[in-house]
Write a protein that binds this ligand. Structure first.
Ligand code: ADP
Ligand code: MG
Length: 233
């Protein structure tokens, strides 16, 4: 088994607040991982740390078994952390051309990735005419341009309508089936259940569970988790 990312005893404090506490987990190639927890449980902070945009307080993480520096490792990572901005009056294709130039990726990749996300027939439409779901699919195409080993998605279906949510989830599963490892953060148990093979459950920065999603569902604790989620909804 090939390890993509391992996190050891990671802690992040913002002043008196401990956003992530002593968190450890490992991401193996080929699986779809979810970080599941309510708002404020430390999901985005954890992603920010491994993406080198948030400084950790203590602990460690290794990309690709520590064989490459974090800087070089991140060249093999695709990530969508916020709703990315594209030029509204440029076509999808033109917007991706710009990303290709910045990333040093050949232009041939544009059509290939637009096909992956199902937007090839809309490549000439201006970004502003896209639905939210299409905008998110374009963001995914953009993150895939450099053929990353792992795709990281923070709340990938937030704000989308039911059809958009379904399409994004199907797309994530398809990308995973094509061989890209996935790490997504979500506050929705439903999303993790539908999309992920493995899960790390966080509450207030602490790990409550990590393991296979099917085993979590079969376990006793899952019932309580589901009830608490339904109460919140
Ligand atoms: P999630 O993504 O699970 O909603 P976050 O990782 O965004 O959670 O936040 C975890 C906790 O850390 C929250 O209480 C949040 O308010 C706090 N937090 C996140 N970023 C900062 C920051 N830059 N400064 C202070 N507190 C922060
Ligand atoms: Mg978040």
């Amino acid at each position: 088994m090939e390890t993509i990312l391992s996190i050891h005893n990671l802690t992040k404090k913002f002043g008196y607040l401990t956003a992530v506490r002593d968190l450890s987990f490992t991401i193996e190639k080929g699986n779809v991982y979810g970080i599941l927890g309510p708002n404020g449980s430390g999901k985005s902070t954890t992603l920010g740390i491994v993406l080198n945009v948030v400084n950790k307080t203590s602990g460690d993480f290794d990309w690709f078994e520590g064989k490459v520096s974090t800087h070089n490792a991140l060249k093999k990572v695709g990530a969508i952390i916020e709703r990315p901005n594209f030029y509204p009056y440029l076509s999808a294709e033109k917007n991706l051309e710009l990303v290709c130039k910045i990333k040093g990726v050949p232009h041939e990749k544009i059509l290939e990735k637009l096909e992956v996300v199902g937007l090839a027939d809309r490549k000439d439409s201006k970004f502003r005419t896209y639905s939210l779901g299409m905008k998110q699919r374009l963001a995914i195409a953009s993150a895939l341009l450099n053929d990353p080993e792992i795709l990281i998605l923070d709340e990938p279906t937030n704000g989308l309508d039911p059809q958009g949510i379904h399409q994004i989830r199907q797309l994530i599963k398809q990308i995973a089936a094509d061989g890209t490892t996935i790490l997504l953060a979500s506050h929705l148990l439903d999303e993790v259940e539908k999309v992920c093979s493995h899960v790390v459950v966080l509450r207030k920065g602490e790990k409550l569970y990590s393991g296979r999603v099917d085993e979590m569902i079969a376990s006793h604790g899952f019932f309580e988790l589901k009830c608490s989620e339904q109460q919140r909804a």
